[in-house]
Write a protein of this length. Structure first.
Length: 433
């Protein structure tokens, strides 16, 4: 299909609006949780938008080594939010970026033969991991709904009302909205609730007025990256899960665009995400993966040309140079953000449960695998002091509840597969943001 530049740009802007909430909310959640200042938070939002554009172009433009060449838009996966908060809280923000750079390099190394090890992530493992991540994030949403950790009037009726309004608006838009408003339901609901908060005198727009119109992106803005073994292992696991998720999106888009993907196509796609993660570590942003809501737009509009996505990537890069836009995003009140987060994080957990619905629970080994993975992962999340006294060599595997739960699921699944007479060869192709 041949499109004029105007139509292609319009459709590209639609893709940006469909994914903007996820792109903006992730840095707000992570930055707020690890105590960044308003100025630092604005930079984090801006650099994330910039890197979403860069990662998208890396995936759309095919080279000898990178790019799947499909109309995909990339953003930070929500499966990385909990791990990044945990790393930033325990080892500091520079450890997040050291882990991103290291995990990106690991993804590059294994990209050529990842399809052969994807069987290590059947639904029983992937579903357990995603469920742990989703449930472990919900307390952060509840804290923001109450007004933020440590505020004197925590749980004030105004805060609960704003969060409730955000949730109700999202539900209404999803139930009665148009196809596009459903895709952008969270963004629209957050905007309306923020306007209500402004009418209640809860927002000061002076930071937007004071912000400059243009800024350059800065490598290592938050400092030289540090490399922590636990953090690297955590983000590597997140990267592996994202690769499994992306496989599903690649294959789905291949069917939509009538293109049969080869192993080399998939390997280039994995490498593009690995490069995007490394560059994200250098510029202090996030790991990136394909966004399924944009796949829905491709299917809905029937426009399969990469020209539209090139415009979308360009718009995202441009937004990264405009600090006023990023600063405006940081003014979203915590209760409004918390209401949106509750649904989004709950969706991650629900996605994990959906993946687990494909598991044959008539087999005791599957029940035991899920039970122990969830029990260990969520148990450590609720009371991390239980592993505080272990030797440092062991704590590399237990400090992160996601690592502990994931390794439990991987280990038990491996043991049961080796000792079982009948093995399942299902490869999970689910997608989570």
């Amino acid at each position: 299909m041949r499109l004029s530049n105007f139509k292609a740009a319009s459709l590209g802007l639609q893709h940006v609006l469909a994914m903007y909430t996820g792109a903006a909310v992730v840095p707000l959640i992570v930055g707020s949780a690890i105590g960044l200042s308003g100025e630092e938070l604005a930079y984090l939002v801006a650099i994330d938008l910039f890197m979403c554009g860069v990662a998208t172009l890396l995936q759309v433009l095919v080279t000898k080594y990178t790019g799947v060449g499909l109309p995909v838009v990339l953003g930070c996966t929500f499966t990385a939010v909990g791990p990044m908060i945990a790393i930033g809280s325990l080892q500091g923000i520079t450890a997040i970026y050291g882990a991103l750079i290291a995990s990106g390099l690991i993804i590059l190394v294994i990209s050529g033969w990842f399809s052969k090890i994807a069987v290590l992530f059947p639904p029983v493992v992937l579903g357990s991991v995603v469920t742990i991540i989703g449930i472990s994030l919900i307390p952060a949403a509840i804290n923001d709904i109450g007004g933020g950790q440590g505020v004197k009037d925590f749980g004030d009726a105004r805060y609960l009302g704003l969060a409730g309004l955000t949730i109700v608006l999202i539900l209404i838009l999803n139930r009665y909205g148009t196809v596009f408003s459903k895709a952008a339901a969270v963004l629209i609901a957050v905007m309306i609730s923020t306007l209500v908060a402004f009418g209640m005198g809860m927002i000061d727009f002076s930071p937007v007025a004071e912000a400059s119109w243009f800024q350059m992106v800065t490598p290592f803005y938050f400092g030289v990256p540090t490399f922590n073994a636990t953090a690297i292992l955590t983000m590597t696991l997140v990267g592996l899960v994202s690769m499994v998720e992306s496989t599903g999106v690649f294959l789905t888009l291949g069917e939509i665009t009538d293109r049969r993907l080869t192993d080399k196509d998939l390997a280039r796609g994995y490498r593009a995400e690995g490069v995007a993660t490394i560059v994200g570590g250098i510029f202090n942003s996030f790991p990136y993966t394909t966004y399924s809501q944009n796949v829905g737009l491709v299917q809905l509009t029937g426009v399969k040309t990469r020209k539209v996505i090139l415009f979308a990537g360009g718009f995202l890069i441009l937004l990264g140079f405009l600090p006023k836009v990023a600063t405006f995003t940081t003014l979203i009140p915590k209760p409004v953000l918390g209401g949106a987060m509750l649904i989004m994080f709950g969706t991650v957990a629900a996605s994990g449960i959906r993946i687990l619905s494909r598991v044959d629970f008539s087999k005791n080994e599957h029940v035991i695998t899920v039970a122990l993975a969830l029990g260990i992962g969520l148990g450590i999340s609720m009371n991390p002091e239980i592993v505080a006294g272990l030797p440092s060599q062991i704590r590399v595997l237990t400090d992160s509840p996601i690592v502990a739960g994931s390794l439990t699921a991987l280990l038990l699944n491996g043991i049961f597969r080796l000792t079982s007479k009948s093995e399942s060869s299902d490869v999970p192709l689910a997608k989570v943001e």
